[in-house]
Design a protein around this ligand. Structure first.
Ligand code: TYM
Length: 333
């Protein structure tokens, strides 16, 4: 069955291995499926839900687009664009926010994490951000949305919003209720310093993550310093969840090698960490170093990147403007 794929990544700098293994690697695989229609969005409207430096934001928009291309997404096959260039996203977000319930948004755990203790000081945009995310997806009638595990709740909300709109306006199946595509195993990559914390661009320690712009020496150094424990490599998967750092590193290795966890465990059974870390660094360097080099090369060609984003937004706009027209009509405008 052909799929309509939509997904987004925030241009907030420091794209990392979690973004790659949880999402972008999946984008690349899906975009090579002949019958799939893929749209990958640099979600700059989402980025400004927390304060951004305008110059940095501009650079990060290009860098995110460059990361998509450097990872293997072909801009001639897939649409790559930035959200703020297609005004239907903001308009649809407003309309959908009027069918979404405050109670639904109050349940969003990511808002609670991001807003921290002082919720009163968080922006309204940060709070209503999942509605904008729903607008992104629903404007394109996306059937499938590849994301990491941390976006699962937002996708469930998106499904609720679609159903509520269809119900309220009495239009069966008008908004397509999308399916999340979340890897069963490696959809949550953890910090290299703390196996209980998600790998994240906002972690103050750069040693906690592998950035997609890291070079060979940085990758090797970060893996050398990655937290492990005093035992040997595990014999089997029993009790592995009690060793979260080891489980995470084995997960990263398995995902990069496209093999299951058991195979990786068998490969390093009862060996020293140094031996495993060496092999892990090798596969990481093999995968990430070429991406990092390609990102740098692409960033030297700003004109090319801007052309891709402009062409992509023209194509996205064609689809989204038709859908928003229909939405406006249904609403009574
Ligand atoms: P963002 O920009 O935080 O992350 C982009 C993608 O990377 C995944 N990800 C991870 N996966 C595994 N392990 C990790 N440590 C990790 N960290 C991040 C995220 O799950 C995501 O798939 N709200 C979204 C962006 C968005 C979107 C959309 C996604 C806006 N509109 C529409 C899908 C469809 C976000 O902030 O992702």
């Amino acid at each position: 069955m052909s799929k309509k794929i939509f997904s987004g990544v925030q241009p907030t700098g420091n794209l990392h291995l979690g973004n790659y293994l949880g999402a972008i690697k999946n984008f690349v695989e899906l975009s090579s499926g002949k019958d799939n229609q893929c749209i990958f969005c640099v979600v700059d409207l989402h980025a400004i839900t927390v304060k951004q430096n305008p110059k940095e934001l501009k650079k990060n928009i290009r860098e995110t687009a460059a990361t998509f291309i450097a990872s293997g997404i072909d801009p001639n096959q897939s649409i790559i664009f930035n959200q703020s260039m297609v005004s239907a996203h903001a308009e649809a977000a407003w309309i959908l926010s009027c069918v979404s319930k405050i109670g639904w948004l109050n349940r969003m755990t990511q808002f609670k994490e991001k807003a921290g203790k002082d919720k009163e000081k968080a922006s309204i945009g940060l709070y209503s951000y999942p509605v904008l995310m729903a607008a992104d997806i629903l404007l394109y009638d996306a059937t499938h949305v590849p994301v990491g595990d941390d976006q699962k709740q937002h996708l469930e909300l998106c499904r609720d919003i679609a159903q509520k709109f269809n119900n309220d306006y009495n239009v069966t199946d008008f908004l397509q209720v999308p399916e999340p595509l979340i890897h069963k195993k490696f959809s949550r990559i953890m910090s290299l310093k703390d196996g209980k914390k998600k790998m994240s661009k906002s972690d103050p320690s750069d040693l906690s993550r592998i950035n997609l712009t890291d070079q060979k020496d940085e990758i090797v150094n970060k893996i050398k310093k990655a937290k492990t424990d005093n035992s040997l490599m595990p014999e089997n998967s029993k009790n592995l969840n009690k060793r979260p750092e080891v489980e995470n590193l084995l997960g990263i290795y398995s995902s990069l090698k496209n093999q299951n966890l058991e195979e990786s465990i068998n490969e390093f059974q009862r060996k020293n960490f140094s031996e495993f870390k060496e092999k892990l660094s090798d596969v990481l360097v093999e995968k990430i170093d070429p991406i990092s080099k390609e990102i740098k090369k692409l960033l030297d060609d700003v004109k090319y990147l801007d052309k891709i984003l402009l062409e992509g937004s023209n194509k996205a706009n064609e689809i989204a403007s038709k859908k928003i027209k229909e939405i406006r009509k249904l609403v009574g405008f």
